[in-house]
Design a protein. Sequence first.
Length: 198
Amino acid sequence: MGKIKGELGNSFCPQALFLYGNYQDDGRPHFGLFSWATYCSIQDEDTECLGFMACIGEEKLTKDLIRKQGVFSANLVNQALLPLADYYGTTNGREEPHKMDRQPTVEPGQILQVPTIAESPVSFELKVIKEHHLAKGSDLFLCRICNVMIAEGLTGRDTPFIERLLQAAPVLSPGESRYTTITGNDLGGWGEPRTRLL
Ligand SMILES: Cc1cc2nc3c(=O)[nH]c(=O)nc-3n(C[C@H](O)[C@H](O)[C@H](O)COP(=O)(O)O)c2cc1C
């Protein structure tokens, strides 16, 4: 395939979408939507641990809460969660005090003091190990995955993995500000799914 020089960007290189969760000062759960996230291996003495890298852009409530608490949850966004996730991703928590009047079903973390989302098929509980300041308004949080909660139906090895992956129905945002399924069906542009919320 011939290639031409493109605009700098990560289109066509999909990453999963996550809702990062923390408790606000008033005790209510807070969520923001994030896609600059991936995994890494962390060798901890003799134990191989799984790490999670979260890049957070300009200053925002999610970053304030993560810095303050040193922990957060990362909840995989599936199709059922997309309208709410889109709302959380397009509503500024610092400027909209009523942002969190809309809530998913929240369950407390099993290991860490973080809110997790019952509707999400996979929830990580994360502890920040290091914050790296990359540039003005760009910070990378290197975390240890302390716990993973997975929807019961996804763990049965009798069902082929691909079937279970389709059942999990993660949503991607692989380019041009649009959401898609993992099989490539369009789920709308950023800011559209939230209009389906009642
Ligand atoms: C699809 C999508 C992906 C996003 N990914 C990121 C991201 O990886 N990093 C980031 O800093 N902001 C990202 N955002 C923007 C945040 O979700 C947005 O700043 C939101 O207001 C955060 O919530 P808060 O203001 O309550 O902290 C994304 C938004 C959308 C719609």
